[in-house]
Design a protein around this ligand. Sequence first.
Ligand code: GLU
Length: 433
Amino acid sequence: MSKVHPESVDFHAVGVSSDSELNPFRIVQRQVDEAAQHLKLDPGIHELLRWPLREIHVSLPVRMDDGSTRVFQGFRVQYNDARGPSKGGIRFHPEETIDDVRALAAWMTWKCALVDIPLGGGKGGIICDPRTLSSGELERLARAYIRQIGHNIGLIKDVPAPDVNTNAQIMAWMVDEFAFMHGYNEFGVITGKPIALGGSLGREDATGRGLMLTVREAAKKLNLDLKGARMVVQGFGNVGSWAAVLLQDLGCKLVGVADVSGAWANPNGIDASALQAYVKEKKVAAGFAGLGNPVGSEEILELPCEILAPAALHNQIRKDNVARIKPRILAEGANGPTTPDADPILHQNGVYVIPDFLCNAGGVTVSYFEMVQNTYNFYWDLPTVHERLEQKMVAAFNAVHDMSQKYNAHKRLAAYLVAINRVAEAMRLRGWA
Ligand code: GLU
């Protein structure tokens, strides 16, 4: 009989989210309700948009290095596929809940509609702390997840990708497991793969690049010169670090940065490229020379700056701290960094908000390009990827900006109006309500 690992989860307690105002799925439902009211949506369409169409809960037995078996819990939510196959990343997080995954899957639905790619929205999550797992354990966990959901995903069904704590190597193991299950290679089943396994050029920095492009467009609207503009970046992972490097290339100065290892302010500027290289090697920012003075993790958001990019986790800007957060541009690299109560206040204070599912849509846009290249088995060069990404991001930015002007709506509501209208139209045409 195999030994059960002492940290195997209690099945009855997993994935339950608190029902507080900060529960991201409740936030999604509130946001949908507000948009539905403005758009005068058909009640059937409105109700359907408030819920995931489909969700899968899985138990994942993994043989640990010490010989014991540990059972992990995971989810895959296919929120809405009216406009095309579901699309969205897979997160590994110790505090993952089904409501987080639902919310993130809903945001993927709006994100794909907003950049006008023919995909729906999905998201996956596994409750685990990847920092405590060896590479072999991570590989077995990734493969176990695909064995459980492998018949419910595919190029024309649902296409996962990297997200918080997952990367190209994990995608490679997953695509390999899928190939074993089905007996053939279907590279387009997962995006964010290594280049040698059907990945797209330009996918790695795509989310940060999209953020940079939307900031560039917002600066034009505000007549803000980006040369010397001060930026603060919270979270220095893939999104935050690339955003900082690419904005620095446009002349912005990184005056504050935070990650799991701490938060720092440096009015003289932190070299974003050097910090990125350091973090790649050491995993955290702490210890890098030139970080400046340590500040509190909340204080980082309140530093004087022109551009603030929260690129960590959700619920960072709330009613209780929003009055002290006053950049010219708030570029939401993370998913859900601002709670609904804070939005109207940011709008009143004249902060130009680039809402998450616009600001961080570059990643899924290049994921879509990756699927297209996999389907044709013909690969584009980097300038082609960059040019097509720029077209998509600028068009989406202008759609939101124009909608916000037309209805004097705050930018998130404007983004919802554009995106939900597109999803609702597909649902209507399909006869769903
Ligand atoms: N995880 C990324 C996001 O939240 C990318 C998803 C994808 O490429 O499918 O947008």
